[in-house]
Design a protein around this ligand. Structure first.
Ligand SMILES: NC(=O)c1ccc[n+]([C@@H]2O[C@H](COP(=O)([O-])OP(=O)(O)OC[C@H]3O[C@@H](n4cnc5c(N)ncnc54)[C@H](O)[C@@H]3O)[C@@H](O)[C@H]2O)c1
Length: 235
């Protein structure tokens, strides 16, 4: 029997390392974003209440950079898997590189920087696409509240967590890519993987992550690791 006849559903769970080879910085690596900015200043609801201009400017810069970059080969290989398998992506990333590679089912656990939402009391009611890279003070929701980036900040609830939990628990194969598994509740998703599903983790630092023994560590970059896994899954 071919592998593709046994495996029905693949779930990819990606983190910042997924986009590193597209030139987008991770948060915790040496030279990562948090060496230049303090979380409390730009990625919390308190930061927004204190200084919405600074927070808006921080995400405008990130958005500009993301628009200028392209999906890398690992994003593309994940999309190519759709030719054979039912593939869903759960990403912690706020960039839209999975979508731009053509992946058809992408769940953004921490939001999508290309969208905004109301900063008023009803934040998850609607998401508004941001056409350019820039969100400004003048951008408002229909109720008149200033628009903020559609990003889940530290200290905020993760509205799609239960949907992601259900999705990952239905997978025959799980491919975790480029995450330090240090941001919760996202990292806790691995506890919902089915016992009999095959799970890989691709990350150059995989061997230092103290992984449970049922996860196969692939100590490579996203591109190199996805190339070898793609070959395994399609041969
Ligand atoms: N692109 C983005 O949207 C972006 C960028 C930075 C941070 N974030 C967000 O910040 C939070 C941080 O958690 P996290 O676990 O995703 O990131 P993290 O910064 O905590 O960890 C990044 C991981 O990527 C690995 N890595 C570095 N280069 C890699 C490469 N070339 N290929 C594969 N892996 C590589 C590192 O070893 C590390 O384990 C998440 O919510 C994340 O989405 C998003």
């Amino acid at each position: 029997m071919f592998l593709s006849e046994m495996i029905k559903k693949i779930v990819v769970f990606s983190g910042a390392g997924m986009s590193a080879e597209s030139g987008i910085q991770t948060f915790r690596d040496h030279g990562g974003l948090w060496e230049q900015y303090r979380i409390e200043d730009v990625a919390t609801p308190e930061a927004w209440n204190r200084d919405p201009e600074l927070v808006t400017r921080f995400y405008n810069e990130r958005r500009k950079k993301i628009i200028e970059t392209s999906p890398n080969e690992a994003h593309q290989l994940i999309q190519h898997l759709e030719l054979i398998y039912d593939v869903s992506v759960i990403t912690q990333n706020i960039d839209d590189l999975h979508e731009r590679a053509g992946s058809s089912k992408v769940l953004h656990l921490h939001g999508n920087i290309r969208f905004s939402k109301s900063s008023g009391p009803n934040q998850e009611a609607a998401y508004y696409p941001i056409d350019s890279w820039e969100l400004t003070e003048a951008d408002r929701c229909p109720e008149g509240y200033r628009l903020r980036p559609h990003v889940v900040w530290f200290g905020e609830a993760v509205p799609l967590f239960e949907v992601a939990e259900k999705l990952i628990s239905s997978a025959d194969v799980v491919i975790i890519i480029g995450t330090s598994l240090r941001v919760y509740p996202a990292a806790g998703l691995i506890n919902h993987i089915k016992e009999d599903s095959k799970t890989y983790l691709i990350d150059p630092n995989a061997n230092n992550l103290n992984l449970p023994n049922w996860i196969e560590a692939v100590s490579e970059s996203a591109v190199k690791g996805m190339k070898s896994l793609y070959e395994n899954l399609t041969s």
